[in-house]
Design a protein around this ligand. Structure first.
Ligand code: NCD
Ligand code: ZN
Ligand code: ZN
Length: 357
């Protein structure tokens, strides 16, 4: 047996078992009602905590609403689960400085989410003019409340594959310049440009990376037929960008951490002439990341990315429990949930190499 840090390798030649500190998911959609009931156990099986996205219909805009949503999530958990939902509020043109102070004082709410209006699923209530929200960002900087950003411009003239880079160049660079002490998480980065921006920014700026953006480029979605279950926003990019994300995630740089962006949609709403954006990955999140890290020969970097960097950035204690992954191929089910409410998971019907035991 060989030990690297806290990672146990029980076969030095073929690494087939991996024990790491229990990870957290720093970007997660769980919805409400029946979908919540279908998906929450998948996340609770693997993760100690998760940052819960507020893009419900209507959005979660007050601490009071976040606390009642938190209770709904706790009530949906399997008995005995210690999973902790970490709540966020949806930033709108009507957010008040008073609400920002309440978040700063709340032990359960951990940040605001900025959706440029119209950028993604349920973002109609998002911010139409980011400069108009600057007084709110100033308050977040002052009260040390993290700002989580869906970083894409929405102007119709911009090509969908360029939307993240243009956001970083035209908006994010302004935000970080104007508010140097503001804690910013650029969510689900998908481009080399975003990676480079985060790397060269101050330690107040970090990023989450999804499993689909580490494992797939846009060919997965578009070659050999259109594959709606690979469609998410920001959209999958070309191979060069995927490689930049893998390099960032496996670099050991604490600015990059795990955020699945697992975003359940009913199967018939994805397999549709106007399919919804979002990949459902909570069923196998840690397993998918393990596959990506193994392909990069970097399983020894998984624990930092999955279990340390996010907690450190949010100023929360690292988890004390551990989880063990074993190399034991298994087949992803075709769907989860009741027939009329079925959710098709990422890589449905395919084999995965790693399994959480
Ligand atoms: C997310 C969703 O479905 O809520 N969809 C997605 O494609 N990522 C929203 C988001 O995170 O942008
Ligand atoms: Zn998003
Ligand atoms: Zn998301």
């Amino acid at each position: 047996m060989l030990e690297w840090g806290s990672i146990l390798i029980e076969n030095a030649k073929i690494m087939d078992k991996l024990t790491i500190t229990q990870p957290d998911d720093w970007h997660l959609h769980v919805r409400t009602g029946k979908i919540l009931n279908t998906v929450i156990a998948h996340t609770a099986r693997q993760f100690g905590r998760a940052i819960i996205m507020p893009n419900l219909k209507p959005p979660v805009v007050t601490v009071e609403q976040a606390l009642s949503y938190r209770q709904e999530i706790l009530d949906a958990l399997p008995t005995g689960s210690n999973f902790q939902p970490l709540m966020t509020l949806y930033l709108t043109g009507n957010t008040s400085v008073e609400e920002i102070k309440k978040v700063a004082d709340s032990e359960f709410v951990h940040g605001f989410k900025l959706y440029p209006a119209g950028a993604t699923t349920n973002s109609d209530a998002g911010v139409a003019n980011i400069e108009a929200a600057y007084p709110l960002l100033a308050a977040m900087e002052k009260y040390r409340v993290p700002l989580l950003i869906h970083g894409e411009v929405t102007d119709a003239e911009h090509d969908i594959f360029d939307r993240e880079k243009i956001f970083v160049d035209s908006q994010l660079s302004q935000i970080t310049q104007q508010f140097p002490e503001l804690r910013v998480v650029l969510e689900h980065v998908t481009t080399q440009d975003a990676v480079q921006f985060v790397e060269s920014a101050s330690s107040n700026v970090a990023a989450t990376i999804t499993p689909q953006h580490l494992l797939f480029n846009r060919n997965a979605m578009l070659v050999g037929g259109i594959k709606p279950h690979f469609y998410c926003l920001p959209i999958l990019k070309r191979e060069q960008h995927r490689q930049a994300l893998v390099t960032a995630a496996t670099s050991g740089n604490p600015k990059f951490f795990l955020g699945t962006d697992s975003a359940p949609h009913l199967t018939h709403l994805k397999e549709n002439s106007c399919g919804c954006a979002g990949c459902y990955s909570a069923h196998a999140a840690v397993e998918l990341y393990a596959q990506a890290f193994e392909q990069a020969n970097a399983l020894d970097k998984l624990e930092g990315f999955a279990s340390f960097h996010g907690a450190d950035f949010y100023g929360l204690p690292r988890n004390s429990a551990t989880v063990t992954l074993q190399k034991q191929p298994w087949q992803v089910p075709a769907s989860y949930g009741e027939a009329d409410l079925s959710i098709t998971p990422l890589l449905a019907g395919e084999q995965l190499q790693w399994q959480l035991i």
